[in-house]
Design a protein around this ligand. Structure first.
Ligand SMILES: [Zn+2]
Length: 189
């Protein structure tokens, strides 16, 4: 494979915010295995659960465009191109959800619960979500948020927000930001 080609195939294997390739993966594994009666060794898997988070060691951000399976970091199909080729967009918006979608709306867990109610896993794992405030309206809760996400155009940013929203979405403003500066640790000493 030509070096240039290899570079293209691996263009996703970096921090989507600062381009650093200084990444690490935290793997949490829980498994239940049968025990082989003859050898005492761990044998067939009864049940297993693996959770992995890839993080950049230069800017310390999570890398939601990367997953981990079979001992290897892999790009997440419908997400990595948008995040690697995109720029940050900041949306001011509201999402109106059923009150019972919100687990808790006060105390230290509230921001996460409201972000998750508004945008599901995108709200807590991909977007930078800042809940400004929320209002109860009978059986509904209107969540007012500032959201930063990566996209290649304002249309794409809008589409991603619409698909992620778990309730009625209203976007008040959407603006492109400049990329954060590249980390200095990237092979330039
Ligand atoms: Zn980084």
């Amino acid at each position: 494979m030509e070096p240039a080609e290899r570079e293209t195939t691996r263009s996703w294997l970096r921090c989507y915010r600062c381009w650093s390739q200084n990444l690490e993966v935290q793997v949490h594994y829980e498994g239940i295995h049968r025990i082989d009666p003859a050898t005492g060794e761990r044998a067939d898997v009864v049940d297993e659960l693996q959770e992995a988070v890839v993080q950049c060691l230069d800017c310390m951000h999570d890398q939601p465009h990367l997953g981990f399976s079979n001992g290897r970091v892999e790009p997440i199909a419908d997400r990595w191109e948008r995040m690697i080729a995109g720029t940050p967009w900041v949306a001011s918006c509201t999402v109106t959800v059923d009150a019972d979608q919100v687990e808790v709306c006060s105390g230290p867990e509230a921001a996460d619960a409201l972000s998750h109610a508004a945008f599901g896993d995108h709200g807590t794992h991909e977007f930078f979500t800042h809940v400004r405030f929320h209002k109860h309206d009978e059986d509904e809760i209107v969540v007012h948020l500032l959201v930063e996400l990566y996209a290649r155009s304002s249309e794409e940013a809008t589409e991603v927000l619409e698909q992620a929203a778990r309730g009625r979405l209203a976007i008040t403003s959407l603006a492109e930001e400049s990329r954060p500066p590249a980390a200095t640790g990237e092979e330039r000493h």
